[in-house]
Design a binder for this molecule. Sequence first.
Ligand SMILES: *[C@@H]1O[C@H](CO)[C@@H](O)[C@H](O)[C@H]1NC(C)=O
Ligand SMILES: *[C@@H]1O[C@H](CO)[C@@H](O)[C@H](O)[C@H]1NC(C)=O
Ligand SMILES: *[C@@H]1O[C@H](CO)[C@@H](O)[C@H](O)[C@H]1NC(C)=O
Ligand SMILES: *[C@@H]1O[C@H](CO)[C@@H](O)[C@H](O)[C@H]1NC(C)=O
Ligand SMILES: *[C@@H]1O[C@H](CO)[C@@H](O)[C@H](O)[C@H]1NC(C)=O
Length: 207
Amino acid sequence: MLKYMLFAVVVVAATLPWIAMATATGEPWFCHGLDCPGYTVLSQANGYEVRRYNESQWARTLVKGVDYDDAVQKGFKRLFNYISGDNVDNEKIEMTAPVQVRIDAGQGPFCDSNFTVSFMVPFANQPNPPKPTEKDIYIAVDKAHIAYVTSFPGFAKQNDVLDAAVNLTQALQRDNVSFNSSHFYFAGYDSPFRIVNRHNEVWFWKL
Ligand SMILES: *[C@@H]1O[C@H](CO)[C@@H](O)[C@H](O)[C@H]1NC(C)=O
Ligand SMILES: *[C@@H]1O[C@H](CO)[C@@H](O)[C@H](O)[C@H]1NC(C)=O
Ligand SMILES: *[C@@H]1O[C@H](CO)[C@@H](O)[C@H](O)[C@H]1NC(C)=O
Ligand SMILES: *[C@@H]1O[C@H](CO)[C@@H](O)[C@H](O)[C@H]1NC(C)=O
Ligand SMILES: *[C@@H]1O[C@H](CO)[C@@H](O)[C@H](O)[C@H]1NC(C)=O
């Protein structure tokens, strides 16, 4: 198994020029061929990008807790079951990117935060997403919106996510940009088995 993964990594590394070319066709390189939410870049600022996202439907689950990594793992597992067939159509649903985590921070130390973990519904299912059979999964719309986005590579741990959110907050404040600071989003585009070219984002939404 591990041998296969390492093989896959080498193959990915060898096809880099091809990936760079693929970006010319419109999809961001970091989606690696998976369906991912459509956006247009409105501008580039120092430390962030301004994007207008299209409306899209997501499968979503809320996990309350104090530990980010635990919560994301729990949410991911539930959503993975949903796309593996835990839906009224017993349909296997394609994986998409990114895994989106909305973070509503608790009001004090050791207070529960809300981690809302989501998978985008694939384009083919957007008009009619299969209904979840588990009560803790629901389908929700992200309306078209403008997001301020900062990116970083590597394996994203809780501290990296918080770092990125702090950096983005400072950049937006520096530029007098108004944003909804009551919550923010993490977007992780890669499986744990991708070793190189990992891509992560933190988003604040425009007010
Ligand atoms: C956003 O939606 C519009 C209207 O449906 C569509 O024409 C456009 O291609 C979409 N943009 C992206 C980047 O997906
Ligand atoms: C978490 O979600 C619940 C609703 O399920 C809400 O009552 C609570 O205020 C939220 N907590 C935070 C920190 O946003
Ligand atoms: C946050 O900014 C610091 C200082 O510029 C930088 O070293 C760090 O890599 C940034 N962290 C993230 C996750 O972007
Ligand atoms: C932000 O607002 C402050 C105070 O109103 C002003 O001094 C500063 O020039 C503004 N900065 C930018 C980048 O607009
Ligand atoms: C900001 O987000 C919070 C939820 O975290 C929401 O209740 C509030 O309405 C938003 N504020 C604005 C001005 O949209």
